[in-house]
Structures are given as structure tokens and as C-alpha cells.
Design a protein around this ligand. Structure first.
Ligand code: TYM
Length: 327
């Protein structure tokens, strides 16, 4: 019997941060432990071109992200790893899906509006971003898409694309299901009303940050009024965010961390959090320094993955062409 398929991607637009790791990559690692699942994880390089960037830096950003994925434990023996733009079929699938999604739906996407407000050009690439993402998912007939909460609207659009295509041209795609870590949306350290992202660098903890930088950023994270270390996202959103990061990184329940820090000041708590982060991230950084040296090997892993991914996407494209009445 065919195994259920999991697809997810990371956009190479600079360094990975804690939100990417806790919201998405940790889930990839859980999925790849399950031998009953077929996993596809990729670098969404076409998506990265939908915002302002420096062409001379993009190649290095892609290599860094490949090394990040492998150093974090994504295993080419257990998942198919590839670069989106290597699979030409995906862009073709995207074109065909464009006919079953309305332009109004794209114009109303939150991320499109936010990016334009932040000063990104309102290009056709940015507008069509969600259709390309739907193609990433549907080209593999994925059942599950592990992503952070911020991608929910995009996954919903992919679900609409699957339903609309099936309705118009006959049953072709399973309707993919987004898999979100419940309530986990890592917030910026300097403004807990915003998600942690590269566009707010001061409140963003990067996986590549040095111990000194990590400690400095954690120490200067905003906290809420009061002195008690308790998880209360309504009234103490900044502290709740720090407790979530602590719990996720130490793999310990929030309740236990609260207990340990019953009598701690915010300063002591923050230092303990910095220790946990420094410990975990130094190991990762050491592994990455070794892995990135052998660029040939990185290329080989991803090109083998691309061959496998391409064959599947080509099968889907062929079926779509037949169903839509093409030659
Ligand atoms: P990207 O590269 O912006 O983010 C990668 C993953 O990290 C998650 N994430 C977060 N999770 C929790 N808290 C945060 N603060 C946080 N910030 C980022 C994102 O939800 C994402 O899962 N559009 C996607 C890339 C993509 C994709 C796909 C994903 C392209 N095609 C197909 C899944 C399937 C993106 O921009 O991710």
C-alpha cells in the first residue's frame, strides 16, 4: 500500500531562527522517525525570490540552509531532500492550479498584504506565491504539511486548490492537512505581539548566534509586569513566549520549569534559558561546521533527492495534463 506523504519546505531568505526550528523543523524530525510515512523536505528557492534580495548572496544562503537541515538531524536516508527549482514540473503544476484559484483570493492573503506594507514590491511573484506553494504540496499528492501557524492561510489555499481541481476535472488530489504544533507561534523577543522573524532582527534568535549574542538577546528580551515566573499567555505574553522556548528546547513540561523557578527573578530565569539555548545550539553549530566543509556531498545528497522527487512530480503533471484536456 502507498504510504501517506508529508511535504514541507523552508525558504532560503537568510539564517534560520528559533521559530523555524520549533514551528517546523522539529516536526520534520518527528515525521521522519515514522517508517510508515514518505517524507519530502525541500528548499523553497523560487519562493525566496519573491522578496528583495541580493543575487550574489543567494547561492550561499541556499548552501547554508542545506547544511542547517542536515545538521539539525534531517536525514537523507529517511526523507527525500531537494531544491524546489530543480523540479521543473512544480512550476508547471503551479500554472495549471492558477486556473482554479481566483485573483481576489490571492490579493486578500494576509502575507501578501503584510509584505507589501513592509515595503516589498507587489510583484506577480509575490501575489502568486500561494499557488506555487499549493503546487509544492499537490505535485506530491501530500496528505500532511507540517508548518508553523503563520502558514495556515497558505495551506488552506492549497486545500481549496485541491478541492476545486477535483471538482472541475475529477478526483485527483487528496485534500492536504496542515499539521501545526498546537498554539506554537514563537514571538519576537522585543515585541510579543509579533511573530519571531528575520524582519525584526533584535527580537530574533538565530540558530547561528554566538553564545554571547544569545545571552545578550535573551537578557534584553522584554518581560511583563509582576515578578512571578508563571505561564499566562493572556496577561504575560512575553514571559509565556520565553517559557515556551525553554520548554521546547529542554523537552520539559512548562509546569516543571515554573516549579524550578518558583523563587527566581526574571534575570535568573533568563540566564537559565540562555544556558539551555547555548548548550543545544553549540552542538548544532559544531556539527554544521563539519558538514558545510564538504559542499560536493551536499550537492550529491540534494541532486539524488531531486531525481526521486522529479519522477513523482512528473507523474502528477502528466495526470493533470490529461485531465485538463491537454495533449
Ligand atoms: P519560511 O521559510 O518562512 O518558514 C519555514 C517554517 O518555519 C515556520 N515559522 C514559524 N513557526 C513558528 N513560529 C514562528 N515565529 C515562525 N516563523 C516561521 C513557518 O511556518 C514554516 O513552516 N511558505 C513557506 C515555505 C514553503 C512551504 C511550501 C512550506 C514553500 N512551499 C510547501 C510547506 C509546504 C515559508 O515561507 O516558510
Amino acid at each position: 500500500m502507498k504510504k501517506p506523504i508529508v511535504v514541507s519546505g523552508l525558504k532560503p531568505t537568510g539564517k534560520l531562527h528559533l521559530g523555524n526550528y520549533l514551528g517546523a523543523i522539529k516536526q520534520y524530525i518527528d515525521f521522519q522517525k515514522d517508517p510508515k510515512i514518505d517524507n519530502f523536505f525541500f528548499i523553497a528557492d523560487y519562493h525566496a525570490l519573491t522578496q528583495k534580495y541580493n543575487a550574489s548572496e543567494k547561492y550561499d544562503e541556499i548552501i547554508e540552509m542545506i547544511a542547517d537541515m542536515l545538521s539539525l538531524g534531517i536525514d537523507p536516508e529517511k526523507a527525500t531532500l531537494y531544491i524546489q527549482s530543480d523540479i521543473l514540473e512544480i512550476a508547471n503544476v503551479s500554472w495549471l492550479l492558477g486556473n482554479v484559484i481566483s485573483a481576489g483570493q490571492l490579493q486578500n492573503m494576509i502575507e501578501f498584504r503584510e509584505k507589501v506594507e513592509q515595503g516589498q514590491p507587489a510583484s506577480c511573484g509575490l501575489l502568486n506565491y500561494p499557488i506555487l506553494m499549493a503546487a509544492d504540496i499537490l505535485a506530491f499528492k501530500a496528505s500532511f504539511v507540517p508548518v508553523g501557524e503563520d502558514q495556515r492561510q497558505h495551506v488552506e489555499l492549497a486545500r481549496d486548490a485541491a478541492r476545486n481541481f477535483n471538482k472541475r476535472f475529477g478526483e485527483t488530489f487528496p485534500v492536504p492537512q496542515g499539521i501545526y504544533v498546537k498554539g506554537l507561534r514563537i514571538k519576537s523577543l522585543d515585541d510579543p505581539s509579533k511573530k519571531m522573524s528575520k524582519s525584526l532582527p533584535k527580537g530574533c534568535l538565530y540558530l547561528s548566534d554566538t553564545p554571547e549574542t544569545l545571552r545578550k538577546k535573551v537578557r534584553s528580551a522584554v518581560t511583563d509586569s509582576g515578578t512571578e515566573i508563571v505561564y499566562d499567555p493572556e496577561n504575560k505574553p512575553a514571559l509565556a513566549n520565553l517559557l515556551t522556548i525553554y520548554s521546547e528546547f529542554s523537552n520539559r513540561p512548562i509546569k516543571d520549569i515554573e516549579k524550578d523557578h518558583k523563587n527566581s527573578s526574571y534575570a535568573v530565569f533568563k540566564d537559565a534559558l540562555a544556558d539551555v539555548l547555548i548548550d543545544e545550539l553549540s552542538d548544532f553549530q559544531e556539527r554544521k561546521a563539519g558538514i558545510i566543509k564538504d559542499k560536493e556531498n551536499l550537492r550529491k545528497i540534494f541532486s539524488e533527492g531531486s531525481d526521486k522527487a522529479r519522477a513523482i512530480a512528473a507523474g502528477t503533471l502528466k495526470e493533470m495534463k490529461q485531465k485538463t484536456g491537454l495533449f
